[in-house]
Design a protein around this ligand. Structure first.
Ligand code: AMP
Ligand code: MG
Length: 327
């Protein structure tokens, strides 16, 4: 079951790139690999040295070593296991946590970067998934509160030693933006970065047209996309129930956790896709809007300039944000 889902994710990622790039005459320089527990790919349509692609791979593994909650030596793990002591970390980690706090404040804690005490109880990859006990969830959720993070220069302190930071909702967006900065510094003008469906386009296709990015029908990854968007220099990021989940006794348990209950957030949405310039913003907002739900989420997006959204409900009905991609 798990393997089928992984393979379908892999194929889905490939389909998305093919769909975006099928009419190119020259073969792009590309790699596909695994990182952050998902399929990652970079395709470059300019002539650059192979080393540029190698450097992208190195960047991905370095960021994974910094941000992963499951790698014991990562900076995030060091903060989480410090027992309340300050931990000196890199500028990347400080910036990422500050962004997490920003979206936690913006959503009044619906999104909370300290969801780690609860999210670490859930394992959506296991062959035999277990629903955490209500007692363990009730205990763990007491420690979710972004106010427990104190940042001073390059140190991070969690004033509650049981609080845990989880940057899973924003890290891929942050990393995609850093890959874009690097590729642009190397003269790349046309490329697609895809970190597990977190897509960021540099420019458009070499022929001047836009990239087509499919927004998949939740739970029907192999089928035709629900809709496609045409982008240049933008990121497209989807958050939803069908990305990491398991089913037990007829119930669906997915990876976006409501901090108030400690259980997956069920609010009538299957997915939220955000389209905007920065991949960090798209990643953070797609998770935040999912957690805020269809009404509040749409209201938030409609207040923001240059941010477009596609909300898909549990019947796979689509609602677009106001002025969707009308520029
Ligand atoms: P995404 O796929 O970007 O929507 O992020 C989902 C990931 O964000 C999960 O796998 C968790 O690591 C993390 N997460 C889950 N619930 C929350 C929440 N309420 N606030 C912030 N991050 C969360
Ligand atoms: Mg996200």
């Amino acid at each position: 079951m798990k393997r089928i889902r992984q393979v379908s994710l892999l194929l889905a990622a490939a389909a998305l790139l093919t769909c975006g790039c099928s009419r190119f005459s020259t073969k792009p320089l590309s790699f596909t690999g695994m990182a952050f527990d998902t399929v990652i790919a970079v395709q470059i349509y300019d002539s650059v040295d192979e080393e540029v692609l190698e450097h992208c791979k190195t960047m991905c593994s370095e960021y994974e070593q910094k941000f992963s909650a499951t790698i014991e030596t990562s900076e995030i793990s060091q903060i989480n296991s410090a027992g309340g002591a300050p931990v000196a970390v890199s500028e990347d980690t400080i910036e990422l946590i500050k962004k997490g706090i920003y979206y936690s404040e913006l959503s009044n804690g619906a999104f909370d970067i300290t969801v780690g005490s609860v999210s670490s109880l859930w394992d959506f990859k296991s062959e035999e998934p277990i629903i955490p006990s209500p007692e363990s969830i009730a205990e763990a959720k007491k420690h979710i509160n972004y106010d427990k993070i104190v940042i001073s220069n390059n140190t991070v302190t969690l004033t509650d030693p049981q609080t845990k930071i989880d940057v899973g909702a924003i890290a891929k967006g942050y990393i995609a933006d850093r890959l874009k900065d690097y590729l642009k510094s190397q003269g790349v003008k046309h490329a697609i970065i895809n970190l597990g469906g977190n897509v960021l386009a540099i420019g458009g296709k070499p022929d001047g047209s836009s990239f087509n990015i499919g927004i998949r029908k939740p739970f029907h990854e192999e089928e035709e996309p629900l809709t496609t968007v045409k982008i240049k220099n933008k990121s497209v990021v989807t958050s939803g129930t069908s990305q990491r989940y398991f089913e037990k006794d007829g119930n669906l348990y997915h990876h976006i956790i409501d901090p108030a209950s400690g259980y997956p957030c069920n609010n009538g949405l299957n997915s939220v896709t955000i389209i905007t310039n920065s991949s960090l913003t798209a990643d953070a907002l797609s998770t935040t809007c999912f957690l805020l739900g269809p009404d509040k989420g749409l209201r938030l997006v409609n207040q923001l300039d240059n941010v477009d959204a596609v909300f898909v409900d549990t019947n796979n009905e689509i609602t677009y944000s106001r002025n969707f991609l009308k520029k």
